[in-house]
Design a protein around this ligand. Structure first.
Ligand SMILES: [Zn+2]
Length: 199
């Protein structure tokens, strides 16, 4: 129906989350109408993030150098680590201004049914940081979903067995159950952080 380059663009756009075939078609026609400058600016922005953004070698947050801005910030509390599933969760928690420690981004949650096992996440790397000695508390801020809760329990058990002196806490209840952290409003998430409890 379309010239092959147009079909190619529609196919690629429809791979984006939340973009169905119809939206992909609308976006493709928008890009065809846009100035060459605007359309290529989008292509360049995509290329630039893929070339320049990697993972922080300490916490696995997104970074444009060896470490992310948070790990590079000397004013952050090194003894406090907040464990989250995705880099977008770091943004959610930063917005609350309730957390002054550093993060550890797992890269997902345990889900045996989807084939996501502990070795698929940055769990061994978390234990390595904890073994390093300076950590006082690990706040587990995985999502309040089935997989997030299973991940929290797994990590809490793991830390208890390698470093029982470290306090392990979980966000207080009050977060919408079954939803991702990124959908929680700042006030609710801030309260959940302030009211975190030992697990
Ligand atoms: Zn980092």
């Amino acid at each position: 129906m379309y010239a092959p380059p147009v079909q190619h663009l529609i196919t690629e756009l429809s791979k984006l989350p939340g973009v169905g075939g119809r939206t992909a078609q609308r976006l493709a026609f928008h890009l065809l109408r846009a100035s060459e400058e605007d359309a290529l600016a989008l292509a360049d922005a995509i290329r630039e993030v893929k070339e320049r953004i990697g993972l922080c070698e300490i916490c696995f947050n997104l970074a444009d150098g060896p470490t992310c801005r948070i790990c590079a910030d000397e004013r952050r509390d090194f003894e406090l680590i907040c464990v989250v599933e995705e880099p977008s969760d770091v943004i959610s928690i930063e917005r609350t201004h309730e957390f002054r420690g550093r993060y550890h981004v797992l890269g997902g949650a345990l889900s045996p049914i989807d084939g996501i096992d502990p070795e698929d996440l940055k769990i061994a790397e978390l234990y390595e940081r904890v073994r390093g000695g300076d950590v006082r508390e690990v706040v587990i801020a995985t999502n309040p979903t089935t997989t997030g809760e299973a991940t929290a329990l797994h990590i809490a058990d793991g830390i208890r067995s390698i470093a029982p002196e470290i306090s392990v806490t979980r966000l207080a209840s009050g977060l919408p159950v079954g939803a991702d952290l990124e959908y929680a409003d700042e006030l609710t998430l801030g309260r959940a952080l302030a009211g975190r409890r030992a697990v």
